[in-house]
Design a protein around this ligand. Structure first.
Ligand SMILES: [Zn+2]
Ligand SMILES: [Zn+2]
Length: 74
């Protein structure tokens, strides 16, 4: 049962190769498949798809809004 909770899969979508970390997968996709890596303009985190990047940036933005709102309450 624990196995399911261990980690999300880092599988290459192009050749189905598996990686232990997302960093390894990113490196592989970039070097082997010449995939374009997208970066978050706020924190520099890298993503394989625009969808993932936008999702991350949306979350980051929301966190910033929450933080400001919290600060203004005081
Ligand atoms: Zn691959
Ligand atoms: Zn970010």
């Amino acid at each position: 049962m624990l196995k399911f909770l261990l980690q999300k899969k880092n599988n290459c979508t192009s050749c189905k190769e598996k990686f232990r970390t997302s960093e390894e997968l990113l490196k592989h996709a970039k070097e082997i498949h010449k995939q374009i890596i997208r970066k978050c303009s706020n924190c520099g985190k890298q993503f394989l798809s625009e969808k993932e990047r936008l999702h991350h940036m949306k979350e980051e933005k929301q966190r910033e809004i929450d933080y400001r709102r919290h600060k203004n309450l005081k």
